[in-house]
Design a protein around this ligand. Structure first.
Ligand SMILES: *[C@@H]1O[C@H](CO)[C@@H](O)[C@H](O)[C@H]1NC(C)=O
Ligand SMILES: *[C@@H]1O[C@H](CO)[C@@H](O)[C@H](O)[C@H]1NC(C)=O
Ligand SMILES: *[C@@H]1O[C@H](CO)[C@@H](O)[C@H](O)[C@H]1NC(C)=O
Length: 312
């Protein structure tokens, strides 16, 4: 009960809005596939570097440009910064770096803390709007809708980011792009990932990863992410962010969830299907814990300024 009270206190402006997944589980069919456990080594092999790149995105723009962001930077080894955009204010920062360990580019989006993301997600002025079909012409007529706030934010840096990725692929010869982020940054990564995937040569492998990913669009968006992009996202225990906006407002998760079961940083399950009731989607509002949004997820990785040298 304490967790519920503190969550609602964090987002007082939302009380008149239909909040969270109160009716979660009854509004539409969700996958009920059995989960299977995943070994830490497998989590590390697919998610450790994306988590480390996403963590760097919270550090100051200067420390990312100079690659002097302390442990978040040094944990990645010899990585070369290429470009950044956004302003860490209204327009969240993104950066592009070259990772010589597998000759890939990393594209990471800054996120925001649980208080901010929950107020964005529960603000009724951000409903579902049509995906920009000028940018994604192949999706015309598919009925795809996305969170209006996420799309507006994505549009602010999309052109510069894509130009930077094309330039980085040409200058490094990389054949792989890793798109990643936490929280708001994870939602942006799904849109950026879709953009990069349709824009690069098909021989370039694009992987999209998110941590603490909220629902970013409707069922058609989830289906599109599954068929055309492929998103893997990690959810931590009773983090409320992955279960908002609620399915009762038409939002839906794509498949690809990896759920953290407890706080040992050892117990992970694979959650087949979209909105799997045996993972975050089955979480009760009465059990939410906002501290789970930040982490740690695994390898002691938590997301936020505090890991950066100038962090508070
Ligand atoms: C969870 O998985 C089990 C199989 O292990 C399945 O029987 C059940 O329907 C699933 N859903 C829920 C909500 O428990
Ligand atoms: C780091 O990578 C760059 C190219 O990406 C290379 O020129 C440089 O020698 C590497 N440095 C170390 C210490 O490995
Ligand atoms: C839609 O995408 C195009 C680029 O393809 C862009 O110029 C335009 O501003 C976008 N529209 C909105 C409403 O963001």
């Amino acid at each position: 009960m304490l967790a519920l009270i503190s969550l609602l206190t964090l987002v007082p402006s939302t009380l008149s809005a239909p909040i969270f997944g109160l009716s979660s589980g009854s509004d539409d069919a969700a996958a009920t596939g059995a989960t299977t456990s995943i070994a830490l080594a497998d989590v590390q092999s697919s998610l450790l570097r994306p988590a480390q790149f996403a963590r760097v995105a919270y550090c100051s723009s200067k420390s990312i440009t100079d690659w002097t962001c302390g442990e978040p930077c040094t944990s990645l080894g010899n990585v070369t910064f290429l470009q950044s955009g956004g302003d860490q204010g209204l327009i969240p920062l993104y950066y592009i770096a070259h990772d010589p360990s597998d000759n890939s580019l990393a594209v990471a989006h800054e996120g925001t803390d649980s208080k901010n993301i929950l107020s964005i997600l529960n603000d009724v002025k951000f409903g579902l709007v049509d995906l920009n079909v000028t940018r994604f012409p192949d999706t015309a007529g598919k009925g795809i809708q996305v969170h209006s706030g996420f799309q507006q934010t994505f549009e602010r840096t999309a052109d510069g980011l894509l130009a930077g990725v094309m330039k980085g692929l040409a200058s490094t010869g990389a054949k792989k792009v890793t798109v990643t982020g936490h929280s708001l940054g994870a939602a942006l990564a799904t849109m950026t990932g879709a953009l990069i995937k349709k824009s690069v040569d098909p021989s370039v492998e694009v992987t999209v990863t998110g941590f603490g990913l909220p629902r970013g669009g409707n069922q058609a968006w989830a289906d599109f992410l599954d068929s055309d992009v492929g998103v893997q996202y990690m959810t931590n225990q009773n983090d409320p962010v992955p279960i908002v906006p609620p399915r009762s407002l038409g939002f839906h998760h794509s498949s690809g969830e990896v759920h953290i079961v407890d706080d040992t940083q050892q117990d992970f399950v694979d959650c087949p299907g979209q909105d799997n009731e045996n993972c975050s989607t089955g979480n009760s509002l009465l059990k939410v814990d906002v501290t789970n949004h930040k982490g740690p997820y695994f390898n002691d990785i938590s997301f936020g300024r505090s890991a950066c040298p100038d962090g508070q």
